[in-house]
Design a protein around this ligand. Structure first.
Ligand code: LLP
Length: 418
């Protein structure tokens, strides 16, 4: 990751000093590198150059308008799961014709908006949803493009909370029942069948489960052809993992070469929905050490970012590297700390047992947090959500200013006095 590297012991974001950025915008602060985002997308674009494809970046991973805009300008499409994400894509200059709409609970008004702006496809997750889309499209006098998201029943071998392709998960239509649902869709006047898809989970570190799922999707495609249903695309979802700690996920190139091999000789456009692998490595969370607290057993570095800013460690037991922004200026020996936030929960930690050479007031960087970072933040403990900035070469731009307490209080009101 050459967009975040140390020069003379000081962490740089592209060509800027991270300490100076923290000084300017205060902490906690999410910092993204535009070059990092570009590299993330290009890692998928390059190997697909000679295969018909659409890369639909999963907006949920990082939905900041500037992030979406950078990716849209590079030709990305988008995978959305709510009308809110659709409005973000439109506001960021994304092309609705390159949008696929996933999610298990799409509401009528969301389907309506999707049809209104002309999205590429609804990834349908149940028969009831298919009926809803038919009703909505009929009311609007339109034909709705659909793809069934099937549940191929493969084990993604990832954290149970982010595994989605097993029978016991709420996602998708059981692959056994899919054929019947396609037949039903064929009889619906306002439905246009265009594809099949799946998404089996997130943070996968091997290719096998993806290929296994693709095999099952292709077998289904063949069966459908025999029924006179010819599909235009196959969507294999997102899910490729990143290296947070010791994981060794395949590169997008290695993953896609196996996928393309399977698709050889078929007239199918490939849709993919990567989120994490594009955005995670392009982001840091900067936080300042408020105080250091020691007892007989432990040393704690209490920092100004908490689980409301970065939920992954407490929610999934996730590991993010934590490094001092400046490696200069601390002569003390390394100490093993639990890096904890100021929130009143035992689960409020960013990292446990980290060896750091730090003192109060020092800056720390949490690495690989460009995905599922800011988007999962909350106002718990009435804390303002962090600001977000993006570095582009020698420039830094504030792409979301820090919230204020007044903004947090504004939507609330007291009971009327009687
Ligand atoms: N497509 C669909 C339908 C999805 O549900 C997801 C992620 C993606 C694509 C993108 O997957 P990715 O390439 O980012 O793995 N909050 C969790 C991750 C939840 C992922 C949910 N779905 C985390 O922080 O690990």
């Amino acid at each position: 990751m050459d967009w975040f590297s140390y020069i003379n012991g000081e962490l740089m974001a592209e060509r800027l000093s991270v300490s100076a950025i923290a000084e300017q915008f205060d902490t906690p602060l999410y910092l993204y590198s535009k070059a990092g985002l570009q590299a993330g997308l290009e890692a998928y674009q390059q190997p697909l150059k000679h295969y018909p494809h659409l890369i639909c970046y999963a907006v949920k991973a990082n939905s900041n308008l500037a992030v979406l805009n950078v990716l849209a300008k590079l030709g990305a499409g988008f995978d959305i799961v709510s009308v809110g994400e659709l409005e973000r894509v439109l506001a960021a200059g994304g092309d609705p014709a390159r949008v696929v709409f996933s999610g298990v609970g799409k509401q009528m008004h969301e389907i309506k908006r999707g049809l209104e702006v002309g999205i590429r496809c609804f990834n349908v997750e149940s028969e009831t949803e298919l009926e809803r889309i038919q009703v909505c499209a009929e009311q609007m006098g339109k034909k709705a493009p659909i793809s069934l998201r099937v549940n191929p029943d493969v084990d993604a071998q990832t954290h149970p909370y982010i595994s989605t392709g097993l029978k016991e998960n709420k996602f998708g239509i059981d692959i056994i029942e899919a054929e019947a649902v396609y037949k039903k869709a064929l009889t619906m006047a306002n439905i246009h069948i265009i594809g099949v898809g799946c998404h089996i989970g997130s943070q996968l570190t091997t290719r096998e489960p993806f290929i296994d799922a693709l095999d099952r999707l292709l077998a289904l495609t063949d069966n459908l052809k025999a029924l006179g249903i010819t599909l235009e695309h196959v969507d294999i979802g997102g899910g490729l993992g990143v290296r947070y700690h010791t994981e060794t996920p395949p590169s997008p190139e290695s993953y896609l070469s196996a996928v393309i091999e399977k698709l050889k000789g078929r007239d199918l456009t490939l849709i993919i929905e990567p989120g994490r692998s594009i955005a995670a490595p392009a982001g840091l969370l900067l936080t300042r050490v408020e105080l250091i607290k020691k007892n007989d057993h432990k040393a704690f570095a209490v920092v100004d970012a908490g689980m409301n800013d970065q939920l992954r460690p407490s929610m999934y037991g996730a590991w993010h590297d934590i490094t001092a922004v400046s490696l200069n200026g601390s002569e003390s020996a390394p100490v093993v700390y639990d890096v904890v936030g100021p929130i009143c929960e035992t689960g409020d930690f960013l990292g446990k047992e980290r060896s750091l050479q730090i003192k109060e007031g020092d800056l720390l960087a949490l690495r690989c947090v460009g995905a599922y970072g800011f988007v999962m933040s909350s106002n718990y403990n009435t804390r303002n959500r962090a600001a977000e900035v993006m570095v582009d070469g020698e420039q830094v731009y504030e792409v979301r200013r820090r919230e204020t307490i007044a903004e947090q209080l504004a939507p609330e009101s007291l009971l009327p006095t009687s």
